[in-house]
Every structure is written in C-alpha cells, then in structure tokens.
Design a protein around this ligand. Structure first.
Ligand SMILES: [Zn+2]
Length: 452
C-alpha cells in the first residue's frame, strides 16, 4: 500500500471512529458547544478563503445572508476556496453524465451535478480529503453493529454493498476498498439488467432510492432475485409506507433511511428507527413553516467542508419534527419525516375564501392511503384551482376515480379547504432514472395571501 493510499484509508478510519464513538452527544448543550467550536474555526480560518466571505459579510452566523442553489450558481467561483469557475468545472460534469464514466476528476476535485427535477441544476465540488471523511462518516452512522466485523477483520469476507443511483460519482466509489466490495448500478439502464450482477454479488447492504427498492422487492417476490441483504438503506426519495412494507415482505428487513443530498449528508436512521439530523457535522437552523413549529425548511452550514462553501444554505425540503424525543437518547434532532420538497405543498382557498392554506404532501399521501391497493400509482399536479390527477388502478378505473374524488373532498372538508376542480387521466411510467414526484405545484391560485 503506498503512502497516499494509506493516508486516505486512515482518514476514513479516523472519521469513522470519531463519528461512531466520539461524536455521540446525549446532551443538547454539549452538542451545541461542539458546533460552536467547529463554527468558530470554520468562520475564521476556512470561509475567508472563498471570495464571497472575504472580508466576512457578518460577524456571527445569523448575521450572514441566506443562500440557496440559485445564489451558489449565480456566483460560483466566489463560493469555493479554489476559485474554480463554472466554465472550468461544468464540462467535466456534463461529460461524465453523457459517457456514464464518473471517474475523471479535476486535480483532487470531484464535480457532481445535482439531480434537481425542477428549477436550475446545481454543481457541487468535493475534494478527495472531504470524500474520504464522508465515506468514514457515512459508514459510522449507518452500519449496524452486526456487520462491523466484516469491515474491520481481515480474515472475514469483505462487506458487500450494492448501490443504485441515477449517477455514480467518485464520492461513492471512495467506499470501495479491500474491506468493501462495492458494486454500482446505473439506473439509466433500468432495473432488469442488474439482476444477474446482484444475484452474483449477493450484497450484505443494499442502497437505492425508495421506488427502486420497491421494484427490487417485487422482483424478489417474483423469484427473479435471490439476494438476502442484511441491511437496506433508502436514499434520494421519500420512503413511503407502502415501499417499506414491500421491502419487508420480500427481504424480511425494515429499510432505513439516509437523508443525503448534493448539499451534504444530512441525516440517518438510528437503531430505534428514527431519522436524526446529522448535527455533529452540520449546523442546521430550522426555518419554521407554521406557528406551532411542527414543520420547517432546513438552513444548513456545513462546517466540515473545505472546498465549496455551504453557509446558511436553504434547502427546498420540508421536514416534520418528531413529536417525542427518540428513545435512543441522541441529542441530534429527531425528524418524523422528510415530507418532500417545498413545491410539493399544494395550496387551496380556505372555506371563507380569504386566504390560501397549505395542504402538506404527507397529509395528502395519508389521505389517499385509505383507497388501499385499488390505487396502484398516481400523480397530482396543481394548476391554479385545478388538480390534474393521473392514476393507474387495479379495480375499474372510473370507480377508483369516483372514490378518489370522494376521499379528496373529505380531506378538504377536514382541513376547512375549498376542494379543487379535478381532471383525471392515465398514469404513465416515468423513465427508470427519473425521481418519483407524485405531487407537484405547477402554478399557485392567484390573488390570495398564503397562510402556512
Ligand atoms: Zn434515535
């Protein structure tokens, strides 16, 4: 093993040990004190290396302006410490996307495109040192104890991981090593071409978006797949209860969630099955959406980064906080659900017609669950005061449309909302690499103020 390779392994192992055994905060004040120390170092030593923060536009974190993907892309070079411009990095990312060869780097920098389905595409930079730390943190936070010996003991077989994503990246192949047999599956090819490789590898750990896990579960139940994964992780999409049930029926394991975006490794499921925010490595401010403080959009500051500056960066996601503390005792904030993206909130007039009120995607999804298996697939797009609903049904189509309309009217009545006009169509399967988006606000009704 040459010295660079040894150093990178040590970095991953170091991050692994620090995250797994060092950063286990049980008290919120200790966690916040750790964050404050890391933030102080980050704001004085790291941030000023990026043009945007030199000199710093504020002294304390909350005096800094908010940013989002549009801000980042609008002044790209100013937000990284290497002064890399979009023109320098974009060709590499686009070429990787087209050739499906994700190995080229720019020096030690990996360039990734975000899989945003709406709005502008994001470009993200990660250095090799950050990649190695990320690999260590990810494994420390997600790997169950029973699989640890496979990672650490040289006389056991390496840990086998199968990973399904829209695009591979050096970020993920960093996980491959002598102790990890890592197989990446490209979703643009569809699922069926993966079956043979999957059966051959027989992975211990299966990582995939929720819809893909469900597809693999169906294939296993149909006898096309013989794998017995011991640990199953859902990434990149909202994990619906029907997905989790299908996975459990096929593999006898509850899927756990990783909340990971191009912007960072944001959360993980603990051994009690609760999703926690990764606050040992990121500072996360809640921007509350409602007066009762049950839902928020996260504003993240990643004080572990050294290349691209993610500082008070507002994500488009809606998180619902857990009603009770998690029995595992971790101080990191517990999340009941990642409900979806901000443009998945649908808006309808209140019964008195004075304002628009939010109908949250998880409320809508749960309202439709009562239709049971009769409703196989659906998508809802709001345009003004009309909902366009495409569906695929197991029972006669017009019966299900009728029941769906009744369920929606009931749901609106429960929430004091005027029901939308409904127009029904047939659901068509999206291409295999597309992200599932069941609910989407295309155009808000005009002329009324929004009340969350
Ligand atoms: Zn927990």
């Amino acid at each position: 093993m040459n010295s660079e390779r040894l150093l990178s392994t040590l970095r991953s192992v170091g991050s692994f040990i620090l995250s797994r055994y060092g950063l286990q905060f049980r008290r919120r004040d200790r966690l916040e004190a750790w964050q404050a120390r890391r933030l102080a170092h980050f704001m004085t030593r790291v941030m000023p290396q990026a043009r945007r923060f030199s000199p710093p536009p504020g002294q304390t974190l909350d005096s800094l302006p908010l940013m989002d993907k549009a801000t980042l892309m609008g002044d790209f070079a100013a937000y990284n410490t290497r002064d890399l411009s979009l023109e320098q990095v974009l060709p590499l990312a686009v070429q990787a996307e087209q050739s499906r060869d994700f190995s080229p780097t720019l020096g030690d920098i990996t360039v990734g495109l975000s899989s945003g389905t709406s709005g502008a595409q994001g470009v993200f930079l990660v250095s090799s040192v950050e990649r190695q730390r990320w690999a260590g943190i990810l494994l420390a936070r997600t790997l169950p104890r029973a699989l640890l010996p496979r990672l650490l003991c040289p006389w056991l077989a390496p840990l086998r991981i199968a990973f399904f994503l829209r695009a591979n990246s050096r970020l993920y192949t960093t996980l491959a090593s002598r102790r990890i047999d890592f197989a990446f599956h490209d979703l643009t090819l569809g699922l069926a071409p993966s079956f043979e490789r999957l059966n051959q590898q027989d992975p211990d750990v299966l990582v995939a978006p929720a819809t893909v896990l469900r597809g693999l579960a169906q294939a296993a139940l149909a006898g096309q797949l013989r794998i017995r994964p011991r640990h199953i992780l859902s990434v990149a999409e909202v994990l619906e209860s029907a997905d989790a049930e299908a996975v459990f029926a096929a593999f006898g394991r509850q899927p756990q969630q990783i909340y990971q975006a191009s912007e960072g490794f944001l959360g993980y499921t603990c051994e009690a099955g609760t999703l926690h925010l990764n606050e040992s490595h990121l500072h996360i401010e809640p921007q509350w959406l409602d007066a009762a403080q049950t839902r928020f959009q996260p504003i993240i500051t990643d004080f572990s980064r050294r290349t691209q500056m993610i500082v008070r960066y507002r994500l488009n996601d809606i998180l619902r906080v857990a009603a009770a503390p998690c029995p595992c005792g971790r101080a990191e904030r517990a999340i009941a659900a990642v409900e979806g993206r901000a443009d998945e909130i649908l808006w309808l007039p209140s019964l008195d017609g004075r304002q628009l009120r939010a109908l949250y995607p998880d409320v809508l999804r749960r309202g439709l669950l009562m239709l049971g298996p009769a409703l196989e697939e659906y998508e809802i797009r709001q345009q003004g005061l009309t909902w366009h609903i495409n569906l695929r049904t197991r029972e006669p189509y017009s019966d299900v449309c009728q029941r769906l309309a009744e369920a929606l009217h009931r749901l609106c009545a429960e929430h004091d909302l005027s029901p939308p006009g409904l127009s029904f169509g047939h659901w068509l399967a999206p291409p295999p690499q597309a992200k599932r988006r069941r609910i989407q606000m295309l155009q808000q009704p005009e002329g009324l103020p929004c009340m969350y």
